[in-house]
Design a protein around this ligand. Structure first.
Ligand SMILES: Nc1ncnc2c1ncn2[C@@H]1O[C@H](COP(=O)(O)OP(=O)(O)OP(=O)(O)O)[C@@H](O)[C@H]1O
Length: 253
């Protein structure tokens, strides 16, 4: 079976530092995939290169067999992205943003309107549909970003920290939409620090550390008989804190 995403020997250096250092990974199609790793592991840099937002120094990325850098238009038609930082057209309303995205994707106007209204309803954004995106809260921004990423019904959806700064109610809504999307046989790839969430949602996991993959496979094969949280700490090798350090903290002033 062709993997949904095939990453081979990917490299990105910033000055002397290799943020991504020969990363190789095949992501199975039709899976709900979690990318986990400590701060600075290279998850965002990897996702940026995989989605065509950042040019790699070296390596190849194929999405359903098409090369991200030699066939960018073909690949971008098949993927949806919710990037970190969420740069959006702030002076458009949520509804206008979806309409604009849909037209850019080449969808007929009536179809864009139909899909946009459905997404606004399901993501609980109907009441805010005519408000400017600039005035949206963090959770609302994630939800409108997700709607924009799903509008053209992509084969693979990439999400960088989709639940960061999102309240439990919005998180539940986002989870429901992602589960429904994944149940249709599409592929979801998302990065997160929240192991419990990855355990709940994902059937396949890759652990990234220092720009490389240190574990990958089904959720059960990566965590074994431990929780994913414990497996993650074991894999990363958490450093014990020096007893002497911070000895002033909490002392009588
Ligand atoms: N534009 C940049 N210029 C210089 N260094 C960068 C740049 N982008 C990322 N880095 C560095 O590359 C490394 C990987 O960063 P990246 O954001 O990919 O990690 P991450 O796994 O997404 O981290 P986090 O979980 O904290 O979001 C870090 O050391 C970071 O400082």
């Amino acid at each position: 079976m062709t993997p949904a995403v095939s990453i081979h020997n990917l490299w990105k250096r910033f000055g002397d530092h290799a943020a991504v250092a020969g990363l190789t990974l095949d992501l199975p199609a039709g899976s709900f995939i979690g990318l986990v790793g400590p701060n600075g592991a290279g998850k965002t840099t990897t996702l940026s290169m995989v989605t065509g937002l950042l040019r790699p120094d070296q390596g190849t990325v194929l999405v359903h067999g098409a090369d991200v850098w030699t066939d960018p238009v073909g690949v971008k038609a098949r993927i949806g992205i919710l990037p970190e930082g969420l740069r959006m057209f702030e002076r458009l309303s949520g509804r206008e943003l979806l309409q604009y995205n849909g037209r850019l994707r080449g969808l007929p106007g009536a179809e864009v309107d139909r899909r946009a209204e459905e997404l606004l309803t399901v993501l609980d954004l109907s009441a805010a549909a005519d408000k400017l995106v600039a005035d949206y809260s963090t959770g609302m921004r994630k939800k409108i970003g997700l709607a924009a990423a799903l509008l053209h019904n992509p084969d693979v959806l990439f999400l960088d920290e989709p639940f960061e700064g999102v309240d439990p109610v919005s998180a539940q809504t986002i989870r429901g939409v992602l589960k429904r999307y994944a149940a249709s046989g599409s592929t979801v790839v998302f990065s997160s620090h929240v192991m419990e969430l990855v355990e709940q949602l994902c059937d396949w996991v890759a652990v990234i550390n220092a720009g490389q993959v240190i574990a990958q496979g089904t959720l059960d094969s990566v965590r074994g008989d431990r929780s994913l949280h414990t497996a993650f700490l074991d894999l990363i090798g958490v450093r014990e804190q020096d007893e002497q350090s911070l000895d002033w903290l909490g002392e009588a002033r």
